[in-house]
Design a binder for this molecule. Structure first.
Ligand code: LLP
Length: 420
């Protein structure tokens, strides 16, 4: 696939209005739409930039089954953060050899499940970030493949809340790593080392990335055991603002290779966002337009429960009006207003920010860009709001991959409590 056919970024403006309008009409809103062909293209571009690395998709960015299946078919591996994600990865057809489970303060049930899965899939790798977790695996009779997660002391990313690398929560201290590798080798099949700087790394963070990779290279060379791989995590950013340039993947790949230096081990990278973000939009319908002295408030049916990123990280997501077939002719003439797009949740944080919208009216369809990563995955039931449906498209085809929840789904876990 040439660069011309596979541009490094798909902007919100590039989505076909007629298609989005038809999907919203058929499936109602709020609606997540994920384009599997774009996921495929993102994977191919990424894998081409890292030709000799094993690319493991960080499933936490989007676990919708057709996306996992598409990436499995493309030859990707997968990085899972929980027993639930492991379940989804195996359901989607990844074989154990390509599955890594990153155990972060793992609840007992997750470890039980991982150890159980390793019986049927002995090539599964468990990445461990605390000595304690090694003990808990040994207690469960596990002696399989283990990767040691190291805290490299270097963090990077789009927001303080996602700069993982310097956070004591993740990984064993750098200076203890070599000794722990040696000790772990007595009990497990120690196969790799891992570190992750953070999420949403831009070109400006390249020096942090380089430093992390260099430390991992040093560790691999000093390791008292032969390692199969060095995993330098994910975090490859995508442009959220319309004028932001895409990440120069080749520059990142070059920096990674040169910083790692000569190691007799495979390189593993774990992109999440990069593979799915621009493959997805969230469609939402305007239900309220309110003029106020400060701004025009445009009320929509998706809020922070559907897409938490703006509320949680002050993240920017572009919003634009989707032109319906009937109003395409005069769309260009409508006066554009600066509007505050806000959801139905009773919180001030429930806003998608200020956006220029042509004369907003009740019933307008809006598309929220870059919603393919960490959108549905972070959706929740606050205000007892059901989660949106997810539709996948692939060429001309489209299908519901997750049905819309109802209030009945939300209340299904309730039990009548009657005191004796
Ligand atoms: N590997 C590990 C061990 C990770 O913890 C993560 C993300 C990744 C890979 C993938 O990172 P990515 O390539 O997607 O940046 N909810 C936040 C992002 C949190 C990411 C957590 N870990 C957001 O919406 O920005």
């Amino acid at each position: 696939m040439s660069a011309g056919q596979n541009p490094p970024v798909r902007r919100l403006a590039d989505w076909d209005d007629a298609r989005l309008d038809a999907l919203a009409a058929e499936h109602d809103t709020p609606l997540y739409v994920l384009d599997l062909d774009r996921v495929r293209a993102n994977y191919r571009r990424f894998a081409a930039a890292f030709p000799d690395a094993n690319v493991h998709y960080a499933a936490k960015a989007n676990t919708v089954r057709p996306a996992l299946r598409t990436l499995a078919e493309e030859g990707a591996g997968v990085e899972c953060a929980s027993a639930g994600e492991l379940q989804r990865a195996f359901d989607a057809g990844f074989d154990g050899q390509r599955v890594h489970y990153t155990a972060v303060n793992p609840p007992a049930a997750d470890l039980d499940r991982a150890v159980e899965l390793a019986v049927d899939h002995p090539a599964l790798t468990i990445t461990v970030g605390a000595e304690d977790t090694l003990d808990r695996l040994a207690e469960r009779g596990y002696d399989g493949r283990v990767c040691l997660r190291v805290n490299p002391g270097v963090g990077a990313g789009h927001h303080e809340k996602v700069r993982t690398g310097a956070d004591a929560k993740f990984g064993v201290p750098d200076d203890r790593a070599a000794a722990l590798l040696g000790a772990a080798a007595d009990r497990f099949d120690v196969v790799g080392v891992h570190a992750h700087a953070g999420s949403g790394i831009s070109g400006d963070d390249l020096s942090a990335h380089r430093e992390l990779v260099a430390r991992m290279g040093d560790l691999a060379r000093d390791a008292p055991v032969d390692l199969e791989f060095v995993d330098v995590g994910g975090g490859f950013g995508v442009p959220y603002a319309p004028d932001e340039p895409p990440l120069d993947l080749d520059a990142v790949a070059d920096a990674t290779r040169s910083a790692l230096g000569a190691v007799d081990a495979d390189l593993v990278v774990e992109p999440g966002r990069y593979l799915v973000a621009d493959a997805g939009v969230l469609l939402t319908r305007v239900n309220t337009v309110k003029e106020t002295p400060e701004t025009t408030v445009v009320g929509v049916d998706a809020g922070m429960t559907a897409l938490a990123r703006p509320a949680m990280y002050d993240a920017t997501h572009q919003v634009r009006r989707v032109e319906a077939a009937g109003d395409a002719a005069d769309a260009g003439d409508a006066p554009v207003v600066e509007a505050t797009v806000a959801g139905p949740i009773c919180e001030s944080a429930d806003t998608f920010g200020e956006h220029a919208l042509p004369a907003p009216e009740r019933g307008d369809l809006l598309a929220v860009g870059n919603a393919g990563a960490y959108g549905y995955e972070m959706a929740n039931h606050y205000n007892s709001r059901p989660r949106p449906a997810s539709v996948v498209v692939d060429g001309d085809r489209s299908a519901v991959a997750r049905r819309r929840e109802t209030v009945a789904d939300v209340v299904a876990v309730e039990r009548e409590v009657t005191w004796a």
